[in-house]
Ligand binder design. Structure first.
Ligand code: NAG
Ligand code: NAG
Length: 592
């Protein structure tokens, strides 16, 4: 930028931020009584330090100091080159304009418009109702998307973007934002980064934006997920949407919806409503296809795909008990087991009957419906965890070894999946790692290039299978557990702190060959109103690990940056647990 612009902006900057205490008191935005409870933050040696202001002295709020002082405050941290101005100028949600200069399709055009509206909604949410300034900048966002015509997050979608923000030459009060991306998803990530450069300054009573910035960014891993279990306890759609909002803020891209389990089957599939009739917790605890489509739409606009998992062949329950009544034979076994401990990992038990062809016919219809509803044709999850040998061996006519039964079952499931997906295997079909996983390469040979193993961790399940793609979600690191232990036993409670989650690099320092990415998981046996607070900001830590995979662990600057991100999420309407006490927030870099 030209010398003139810079000087000009420095002048304006001084004008803006020299909010004197006296003027604050006059404008009555802050009631201070007859004492002075306020602090001003000064950037000293790259740290924001609170000091007592003097009357008529300069006032700078903590958030503004954090944004302008030293380190990059973006989360997840960009992986390419970044430079951010240390100058802020006032802005307003209604003075942003979008100019779409180039798009590969009308679909992408529409998504960009919608995404820009979400961007403005975000600003409005932060914006004060009383505005304290008049020196607003007008901001023109110029967007170029020159790659994929498909707005969906796909396997292999190029999520990179380049963002350049600067004063528009020759104008006193215009800024331009140039965004270039290959896909809609890349462009929406850029808007997400831009939102992070805008904040409410409580002293100035205005939104501020960095005056100049340059960011080049692309994720390290292509699969960045969050699993929500809606079977153990039910969550209304509104809560799922808020979870998706938080995911978007952290550039996670896959909502793994662990929809059904042996506990409940809360989805009314049009093709097979009996499953919800027999398996849901009752009215008010059932999702409809419209609900799913609402989540899918909400997620897509945030660069997120919805991956629905109907867990099978284990982890099925009463939902599948209607077979005999409807002349379909036994669809499942063991769901009425009192002595559950020998048959499954957690009550109630239940396992599909792989000798009954009706089971496959039903799964095929469910898979078809899932693909229709989500529009995800290149990614699928077939479940596959915790198969009980004793349940099958007690109930099957053919008492073959469980591994053989598993192989036959899984082959048939994959074959049917391919059929309903227009005779094409989804690029990545995920199953949970299990005792049987080693047999993938021999027993599921033709499917190997399309398979992915989700690694849960702990003993036998902590590693993948050579030559098979993997997604990491080790329970001992990336499970958003509550530290209460399992409800059915006196287990030793554990709790994964955000620091542990951040430090965790399951692919090790050497190779990450065949690693598609990873996922934070939240199981809902003891989860209710505190959903968001349990997830955030810990899942944000996983999000940065997966986006940037920086060599550093949870160091001091990471604490400070995550704290800023947590504050930002709260400002945008997402509940997140504090990283530390407010004192530490007020004294960054002193607490760790
Ligand atoms: C898209 O634009 C980038 C520069 O922003 C360029 O490197 C790339 O080749 C372009 N791709 C296509 C398909 O035009
Ligand atoms: C899956 O998609 C990726 C990225 O588009 C591609 O490189 C790979 O060849 C695909 N794998 C299969 C088995 O089609």
């Amino acid at each position: 930028m030209g010398r003139h612009d810079w000087t000009n902006s420095l002048y304006k900057f001084t004008f803006l931020l020299a909010v004197s205490l006296a003027s604050l008191v006059r404008s009555a935005q802050i009631s201070i009584g007859n004492r002075l409870p306020l602090w001003t933050w000064e950037c000293i040696n790259d740290k924001c330090v609170p000091t007592k202001p003097v009357l008529d002295g300069r006032m700078q709020s903590l958030v503004t100091c954090n944004m302008l002082c030293s380190s990059i405050q973006l989360w997840p941290k960009p992986t390419g080159s970044v430079s951010l101005s240390t100058v802020a100028v006032p802005c307003r949600s209604d003075l942003f304009q979008l100019k779409i200069l180039q798009v590969p399709s009308t679909a992408v055009y529409g998504y960009l418009q919608d995404s820009f509206n979400l961007f403005k909604d975000d600003l409005r949410r932060m914006e004060p109702s009383v505005r304290g300034y008049e020196d607003w900048r007008s901001i023109v966002i110029r967007l170029v998307v020159n790659g994929s015509a498909d707005p969906r997050m796909r396997v292999g979608t190029d999520e990179s973007y380049r963002l350049s923000l600067k004063p528009l030459a020759g104008t006193g009060n215009y800024l331009s934002v140039d965004i270039a991306a290959r896909t809609f998803c890349g462009a929406r990530h850029a808007l997400e980064t831009l939102v992070q450069m805008i904040w409410l300054d409580p002293y100035a009573g205005s939104l501020l934006i960095l005056e100049a910035a340059m960011v080049e960014d692309r994720p390290r891993f292509s699969y960045r997920g969050l699993l929500l279990d809606t079977a153990r306890n039910f969550f209304p759609v509104s809560e799922i949407l808020r979870l998706v909002d938080g995911m978007g803020m952290n550039k996670l891209n896959t909502l793994h919806w662990h929809m059904t389990d042996s506990k409940s089957f809360p989805m009314r599939f049009a093709v097979m409503p009996q499953l919800a009739e027999y398996g849901s917790y009752g009215p008010g605890a059932v999702y409809t296809p419209d609900d799913v489509r609402a989540v899918v739409r909400h997620a897509r606009l945030r660069g997120i795909r919805v991956l629905i998992e109907i867990d099978a062949p284990a982890h099925v329950g009463r939902a599948w008990s209607f077979g005999p009544k409807e002349n379909l034979g036994d669809l499942a076994f063991c769901y009425d087991e009192d002595n559950w401990a020998s048959t499954c990992r957690e009550p109630p038990c239940g396992q599909l009957n792989p000798e009954n062809d009706e089971v496959f016919a039903i799964l095929e219809q469910l898979y078809s419906d899932i693909i229709q509803m989500t529009g995800v044709t290149d990614l699928f999850h077939i479940g596959g965890d915790d198969i009980s040998e004793s349940c099958w061996s007690q109930n099957l006519e053919n008492r073959a070894a469980v591994a053989e039964v598993w192989a036959k079952y899984t082959n048939e499931v994959l074959r049917r999946l391919k059929v309903v997906n227009q005779n094409s295997m989804p690029n990545l079909t995920i199953m949970w790692v299990s005792h049987q996983s080693e047999r993938i390469k021999t027993d599921l040979k033709e499917f190997v290039p399309y398979l992915g193993l989700q690694i849960r961790g702990g003993g036998w399940s902590s590693g993948g299978v050579e030559g098979v793609r993997s997604i990491y979600s080790r329970e001992d690191a990336w499970d958003l557990n509550d530290g209460l232990g399992d409800w059915w036993e006196n287990a030793r409670p554990s709790y994964n702190s955000w620091q542990e989650m951040y430090d965790h690099r399951p692919w090790g320092t050497s190779g990450s060959k065949n690693v598609e990415g990873g996922e934070a998981t939240i199981w809902s046996m003891r989860l209710g109103p505190e959903l968001e607070a349990r997830v955030w900001p810990r899942a944000a830590a996983v999000a940065e690990r997966l986006w940037a995979d920086r060599p550093e662990g949870a160091t001091r600057p990471v604490h400070a940056r995550l704290d800023v991100q947590r504050t930002r999420m709260m400002a945008r309407g997402v509940q997140a647990t504090p990283v530390w006490s407010m004192w530490c927030t007020h004294h960054p870099y002193t607490c760790v």
